[in-house]
Design a binder for this molecule. Structure first.
Ligand SMILES: [Zn+2]
Length: 127
């Protein structure tokens, strides 16, 4: 058996991280999971064209899924930091870089690493 390539490892990790964040927001429905799968397929192609981008895959998959959700369901993930004002989504930073985080631009804070949103929001909504 061939060892798993770094590309497949990165894609697998990205998939797991984004699914964890979706589960934290309780939006891991079947069609949402398929959005993640679609993104992973596209990003596999993308990294095959540009292998140096392998470390950026998790952030990109998170942004792809965020865009797909915005079209079909609405903003995700909603900011858990700002208690008042209009509900708004977190954004991935860096958009194209390693070690992606969810940030709130309104409060100017890093909320959580991609994949760790559950710990930032305390799991199920508490309010
Ligand atoms: Zn906010």
């Amino acid at each position: 058996m061939d060892p798993i390539s770094p590309l497949e490892q990165a894609l697998h990790a990205a998939r797991a991280l984004v699914l964890a964040d979706l589960a934290a927001g309780e939006v891991a429905a079947a069609d949402v999971v398929s959005m993640v799968e679609d993104s992973v397929v596209q990003r596999r192609w993308w990294v095959e064209q540009w292998p140096d981008g392998v470390a950026f895959v998790a952030g990109l998959v998170a942004q792809d899924v965020q865009d797909s959700l915005l079209e079909r369901y609405g903003r995700w993930p909603l900011c858990p930091v700002c208690g008042t004002g209009d509900p708004h989504a977190l954004e991935v930073e860096p958009e194209l870089g390693p070690d992606p985080h969810w940030v709130c631009h309104k409060a100017g804070v890093k909320v959580a690493a991609v994949g760790a949103l559950g710990s930032a929001t305390g799991g199920a909504s508490s309010s």
